[in-house]
Structures are given as structure tokens and as C-alpha cells.
Design a protein around this ligand. Structure first.
Ligand code: HEM
Length: 229
């Protein structure tokens, strides 16, 4: 079967990594823009959060889709890493890195594992609110209806200095992982001409910086008291 052959091939796995990585990147950009609404105030952020949760079908469809995309991305990464290591035998990874390979490209597996650990913490923190169950009680009355006060939750969450520091370090790693991911995504999609390599690397770096600044701005602003209850 051509499909099974494709899925087993290294090229096939790299294409799946590229497509799923691009989808995860798109989610990160949208999430960042959503988070930045905190600077527009409580009403704006809570309206946005309420809109996201308006339909159980939509939010669960989205969560399952995102979970499946992330799972595919991780499975392909694990299989490709195992294959790479087997092909290299017992020799150290760095000795076989492509000449001129960036630090980000040589550390994709470890930065990926740390990003996955951060996302698990983040979901327990703000989505299930298991790390601090008092977040569940943060509500406000809007147009006569009670709703979750996501604005208050985010501010209370980031007023804890170690939590903010952990988020800022984690989003730096997310950006570091993305900087190489974006560049290599182009190559996985077939844009392999070496003439474009430098442009691809710059594009990856520029987006990574935007993501870092946009994501880290929220915990940093709360810590500095620029956004408060
Ligand atoms: C400092 C930066 C971040 C802030 C302030 C932030 C904020 C939030 C908040 C408030 C929620 C809960 C939304 C709600 O329940 O209404 C959430 C959910 C989520 N965040 Fe973040 N986030 C940040 C970084 C990230 C990063 C870097 C990722 C992954 C790349 C990420 C992935 C997610 C996911 C997957 C959800 C769950 C969405 C759902 O199913 O409800 N977040 N985030």
C-alpha cells in the first residue's frame, strides 16, 4: 500500500512533522494574540474566553484535533530520533550534527520534551485549575450572567514570582524550539534549495522573537504591576 509505505518512510514522517508543526505554530500565534487581550482589560479578555467556551462541541472538537496533531508530531519525532540514533550507532550526537547546524537544531529533542512538560503544567494550571483549585471560584457577573473570570485567574496566577519566572523561561524554550522548527518546516515541505536556507533561518528567528515577546509580555506585565486587578 503506497500510504503505509509513505508513513513508514523517513521522508513521509518528516512531512507529517512539518505539517503538524505548522498547525501547532498557527495555534501558538492565535493563542498569543488571544492572550494579549489582557492589555485591553478584564472585559475584553473575559469576552474572548467566554466566546471560546460558548459551545461544548466546538471546544471539545478543537481540543481533540489539537491533541491528535500534537500526538502525531511527538510520535514522528520519537520515531525519527530513534532512527537517527540507530543509523549513527553509539557515536555522540554532536559529532554527527550537520556542519553549521544551529544549537536550536541540535537540541530539538530535549527542547521538545521540556516544551511538552511545560504544556502539561500549563493545562493543570489554567485549564483544569488543579494546581490552585481556588481559581475555579473566580467568577464575575456579566450582563446578569455569572462567568469565569479568566482575567483575575491569569493575574493571580502570575503574581506568584516563581510561576511567572517558569512561564517566561518556558516560552523562551518554546520560541527556541520554534525558531528551528519553522525553518526546517520549509525544507520538509520540499523547499530544499540551499539558496533559500538563510532566509528560512531568519524567518524562523524573527517569528520566534515575536512569539517570545508576545507570550512573555503577559507574566512580565503582571509581575511588574502593569496589569492588576
Ligand atoms: C505566558 C504565556 C501564556 C499565557 C498567558 C496563556 C494563557 C492561557 C489561558 C488563560 C488558558 C485557559 C483559557 C480558558 O480556559 O479560557 C490557556 C489554555 C491553553 N494554553 Fe496557554 N498561555 C500561554 C502560553 C501557552 C503556550 C506557549 C502554549 C503552547 C504552545 C499554550 C497552550 C495552551 C493550550 C493547549 C490551552 C488549552 C486550550 C483549551 O483546550 O481550553 N499556552 N492558556
Amino acid at each position: 500500500m503506497p500510504l503505509i509505505k509513505f508513513l513508514r518512510s523517513t521522508v513521509g514522517l518528516k512531512i507529517i512533522m512539518g505539517v503538524t508543526g505548522a498547525a501547532l505554530f498557527a495555534f501558538t500565534v492565535i493563542h498569543m494574540v488571544g492572550n494579549l487581550q489582557i492589555f485591553l482589560g478584564q472585559e475584553a479578555l473575559n469576552n474572548y474566553a467566554q466566546m471560546l467556551h460558548a459551545s461544548d462541541e466546538v471546544i471539545w472538537g478543537f481540543r481533540l484535533g489539537l491533541g491528535a496533531v500534537a500526538a502525531l508530531h511527538i510520535i514522528c519525532a520519537v520515531v525519527l530520533t530513534i532512527r537517527n540514533r540507530a543509523a549513527r550507532g553509539s557515536e555522540a550526537y554532536a559529532e554527527y550534527a550537520a556542519p553549521g547546524a544551529s544549537l536550536a537544531s541540535r537540541t530539538m529533542a530535549i527542547s521538545g520534551v521540556i516544551v511538552a512538560a511545560f504544556i502539561i503544567f500549563h493545562l493543570l494550571h489554567f485549564t483544569t485549575q488543579s494546581i490552585d483549585p481556588s481559581f475555579k471560584e473566580l467568577t464575575e457577573i456579566h450582563k446578569g450572567v455569572e462567568r469565569h473570570d479568566v482575567y483575575a485567574m491569569v493575574i493571580k496566577g502570575f503574581q506568584v514570582p516563581w510561576v511567572s519566572a517558569f512561564y517566561i523561561i518556558s516560552v523562551a524554550l518554546v520560541s527556541f524550539h520554534l525558531s528551528h522548527g519553522i525553518a526546517s518546516c520549509f525544507r520538509s515541505m520540499g523547499l530544499t534549495n540551499p539558496a533559500y536556507r538563510e532566509v528560512q533561518e531568519w524567518f524562523g528567528l524573527a517569528f520566534a522573537v515575536i512569539i517570545f515577546v508576545g507570550m512573555a509580555a503577559v507574566p512580565a506585565a503582571v509581575l511588574l504591576g502593569l496589569v492588576k486587578l
